[in-house]
Design a protein around this ligand. Structure first.
Ligand SMILES: *Cc1c(COP(=O)(O)O)cnc(C)c1O
Length: 354
C-alpha cells in the first residue's frame, strides 16, 4: 500500500512550528553514569532525580506488546494530554475547527472549548456509524484541522466501519485522531499496522482501561515521526513521573494476568448481556466491543435513581441516547449485585403495576 501524500507539517500552527523547545543538559549527555550537577536536583533520596522526559524504557516495553515503533510513540499524562496537545499544535484559537461524531467521549469537546476551537458535531446514524455523506463537505475544508473518531465508541460500544475510516483518512486534509481506548477488549485489530500509510493519522490508546492503570494516567499516541517532533516540542518536559513509569513497566510485564483479566471481563460481559436481555424493563442491549454495555430501558432516569439508592452507580446517558444507561463490567460479584438489584427493582415495579 502506498503512503497518502500530504504535508502534515503545514498543518501545524505557525507559532508552534517556529517554537524552540525547552532543552536540558540531559538531552546532550545520554549516559546513566556520571556526576549529575546540572539540574539543581537534591543529591539525597530515592525520587530525587527528574524522570526520563522521553520515557524510553517504558516505551520499549509498550512497543514490544503493541508492535508499534518507539520512534512513533508519544506518552501523555492520560490520553487527555494528547487530546489537549493536538488542539494546541494544530488549531489556531477562534479560527480553526474540529469535528466529532456524537454521541461520543466528552473530553474532545472540553479541550475544544479550553482552546477556543469551534466544534462541529455530526450525529452518528441509527446504527451509531458515520454517515459519510454528511462528512463529505468538510473533508476539503482547510479550516477543519482535526477529526475525532472513537472506535470502539464511548458510550455506544461499537466499532466504526473500517471502510468509512479508510475513506476519511484518504480524503481528509487535516489530522484524524482515532481513539482506540477500548481496543484491548475488541475482536478487531488496532489500526496501528496502517500508521505508515497515513501521515495524518494519530492513534490514541491508553493504559487506563484494558490494562487497568487508570490511576497512573498514561495515554499513548501513535503517530509519524514527523508529527511526534511537534508533540515532544510542546509537551511539558517531565510529563510522566518516574514512579508511574516504573509501576507501569511492572504491570505490563504480567501479560498472562492481562490476558486472563480481559478474558474474564469479556465472558462477564456476555453473562451480564444475557441477564439484562431477560429483564422485562430492558428494551435494547447494544452490541459492544468494549468493557461496558449501553442499555436502553423503559425508564432509564428512574432506574438510575433506584440503582443509586442501592449504592450501585452506573452512567446515565439518557441525555445523549434516549433512555440509556452505560454499565461498566465489574468483578463477577459486582455484576451479580447489579443483576440482583435490577431483578428486585423489576419485581417491585411489577407488584406496583399489577
Ligand atoms: C477512558 C477513555 C480514554 C482514556 O483516557 P485517559 O486519559 O488515558 O485515562 C480515552 N478515550 C476514551 C474514549 C475513553 O473512554
Amino acid at each position: 500500500m502506498s503512503r497518502v501524500n500530504l504535508n502534515v507539517s503545514k498543518l501545524v500552527r505557525a507559532n508552534i512550528a517556529k517554537l524552540s523547545p525547552y532543552t536540558s543538559a540531559r538531552d546532550e549527555y545520554k549516559g546513566d553514569k556520571g556526576v549529575f550537577l546540572d539540574a539543581n536536583e537534591n543529591p539525597f533520596g530515592t525520587v530525587n532525580r527528574y524522570p526520563d522526559p522521553y520515557q524510553n524504557r517504558l516505551k520499549e516495553v509498550i512497543s514490544e506488546i503493541k508492535g508499534g515503533s518507539v520512534k512513533e510513540l508519544f506518552l501523555g499524562n492520560g490520553s487527555d494530554e494528547a487530546i489537549d496537545l493536538a488542539f494546541r499544535i494544530f488549531c489556531e484559537p477562534n479560527m480553526n475547527k474540529a469535528i466529532v461524531f456524537t454521541p461520543t467521549y466528552g473530553m474532545y469537546e472540553v479541550y475544544a472549548n479550553v482552546n477556543a476551537v469551534e466544534l462541529i458535531t455530526i450525529p452518528l446514524n441509527s446504527e451509531f456509524q458515520i454517515d459519510t455523506k454528511i462528512v463529505e463537505p468538510y473533508l476539503k475544508d482547510e479550516a477543519v484541522k482535526l477529526m475525532f473518531i472513537c472506535s470502539p465508541n464511548n458510550p455506544t460500544g461499537n466499532l466504526i466501519n473500517r471502510e468509512t475510516i479508510t475513506r476519511i483518512l484518504e480524503q481528509f486534509k487535516g489530522i484524524v485522531i482515532l481513539d482506540e481506548a477500548y481496543i484491548d477488549f475488541s475482536k478487531e485489530a488496532s489500526w496501528l499496522a496502517a500508521l505508515a500509510q497515513y501521515p495524518n493519522l494519530i492513534i490514541l490508546q491508553t493504559l487506563s482501561k484494558g490494562w487497568g492503570m487508570a490511576g497512573l494516567r498514561i495515554g499513548l499516541a501513535w503517530m509519524s515521526e514527523e508529527l511526534l517532533y511537534f508533540f515532544n516540542k510542546v509537551k511539558s518536559p517531565y510529563n510522566l513521573s518516574s514512579i508511574n513509569q516504573e509501576q507501569a513497566i511492572e504491570i505490563l510485564r504480567d501479560s498472562d494476568g492481562f490476558d486472563q483479566r480481559i478474558a474474564l471481563l469479556l465472558s462477564e460481559k456476555e453473562r451480564v448481556r444475557n441477564a439484562l436481555m431477560n429483564l422485562s424493563i430492558t428494551q435494547v442491549v447494544y452490541p459492544s466491543d468494549a468493557n461496558y454495555l449501553l442499555v436502553k430501558f423503559n425508564n432509564a432516569n428512574q432506574l438510575y435513581e433506584e440503582l443509586i439508592n442501592r449504592q450501585i452507580i452506573v452512567r446515565n446517558r439518557s441525555k445523549v441516547v434516549d433512555n440509556t444507561l452505560r454499565i461498566s463490567i465489574g468483578l463477577p460479584e459486582e455484576n451479580n449485585q447489579l443483576l440482583t438489584a435490577l431483578k428486585a427493582i423489576t419485581s417491585e415495579k411489577e407488584s406496583i403495576i399489577y
